[in-house]
Design a protein around this ligand. Structure first.
Ligand SMILES: Cc1ncc(COP(=O)(O)O)c(C=O)c1O
Length: 378
């Protein structure tokens, strides 16, 4: 018995083509995009450009040059928040954010940016009218996650995007739990800034991610340095993506990410979602009977991603996760999941929870075995 059910942290395994692309890059390509002008540099730049193109296709982004690579979603969110918000500005977020959003917002709060967290219900659901009611004349940004990594809840991003467009306020979405796993359309959803991890639903290696910036949004730089071209000026270039990509990039990771996004496009996001939600439904059904077990998050599957967190009366989540790992080789995640705000909203800040997050490569048998393993531990 063995199952990896921690795909909300990072996906594993990866498609075979991702391993091959990273190895091919390391052994055969070398080079760093936009630096040398020789054959290897051109090949690396070509790979990075292809990756921007498939990412723009997947998210229906207005311009592939707006895709700036980062090491993870956290960097992308920081880049957007700190590039846009100034002291005196007001920003609206939700009450179920990951620390990747919450901590930079609190850091900005200490520098004079007012942060309003609109309260979600204990199951994570959010009424877009509450977001609209929180808007002030000085609101400069609406910034929130697309889906909770604790509750699985999908927030009404389309409705919030529509109101942010109507009110002329930029909209930043943290797509850490939805990129590759749930259909997203930056233009139809009126998303101005989209932060994504490369290493979760896009199947890229660790150390990949990015921020997609809509043309017309100008971000202050958060790090400055070499851009490969346009070296003469003492400031970073204006044009994207160069403006946001200082220093040598994770080019081998981007080569793997290109293969991962191609895999997503070939399979189709709908098919990936269908498989993951079939497993999620099976997991919920298989767990439900356990005495004292409560499943967090919304009741309806259509409002959920493939994240199932549970609390069980009389048991400590960390201990359950340790036994599942050590005795059954089943990888889950226990504790606060870097999201104390979400646990506070759900009423589980004291206890934490045990999280199962199935992915595209899991099977129904693995889900049944995981539920049986938990039942036997209980
Ligand atoms: C909702 C959410 N936002 C942000 C992050 C941070 O992603 P990364 O690890 O790529 O920085 C995560 C990671 O679990 C997440 O679940």
């Amino acid at each position: 018995m063995s199952a990896y059910l921690d795909n909300a942290a990072t996906s594993w395994p990866k498609p075979e083509t991702v391993y091959q692309a990273v190895e091919h890059f390391m052994r055969e390509v070398g080079g760093t995009p936009g630096r040398g002008g020789h054959r290897r540099e051109e090949e690396a730049a070509h790979i990075a450009d292809q990756a921007r193109a498939v990412i723009a296709e997947l998210f229906h982004a207005p311009d592939p040059n707006g895709v700036a690579f980062t090491l993870n979603a956290t960097q992308a969110i920081n880049m957007a928040l700190k590039g846009l918000l100034q002291p005196g500005d007001h920003v609206i977020t939700s009450s179920i954010e990951h620390n990747a959003m919450w901590r930079p917002l609190k850091a900005l709060d200490r520098r004079g940016v007012a942060v309003a967290a609109v309260r979600c219900a204990p199951d994570g659901t959010l009424d877009p009218a509450e977001v609209e009611a929180a808007i002030r004349p000085e609101t400069r940004l609406i910034a929130m996650l697309h889906a909770s990594n604790v509750l699985g809840t999908i927030l009404p991003v389309t409705e919030i995007g529509a109101l942010s467009r109507r009110r002329g306020i930029p909209f930043l979405v943290d797509a850490a739990q939805t990129a590759g796993a749930y259909p997203m359309d930056m233009q139809a959803m009126n998303i101005d800034l989209l932060a994504f991890p490369g290493h979760k639903g896009l199947f890229g290696p660790p150390g990949t991610g990015g921020l997609i910036v809509r043309p017309g949004i100008v971000l202050e730089t958060w790090i400055e340095g070499g851009s490969g071209t346009e070296s003469e000026p003492e400031t970073m270039p204006e044009a994207l993506p160069l403006r946001l990509e200082a220093g040598t990039q994770n080019a081998a990771g981007v080569a793997g990410l290109l293969a991962g996004v191609r895999f997503v496009l070939e399979q189709g996001v709908e098919k990936i979602r269908h498989h993951e939600m079939t497993l999620t439904a099976l997991l919920i059904d298989s767990l439900r009977g356990a005495p004292g077990l409560k499943i967090l998050g919304p009741a309806g599957l259509s409002q959920r991603t493939a994240v199932v967190s549970v609390i069980i009366e009389g048991f400590v989540p960390d201990q359950l996760a340790a036994v599942l790992d050590q005795v059954f080789d089943i990888a889950t995640r226990a504790g606060l999941h870097c999201a104390p705000q979400a646990h506070h909203t759900a009423g589980t800040l004291e206890s934490g929870a045990l999280r199962f997050s199935p992915g595209y490569f899991n099977t129904a048998d693995e889900i049944r075995e995981a539920a049986e393993a938990l039942a036997s531990v209980l």
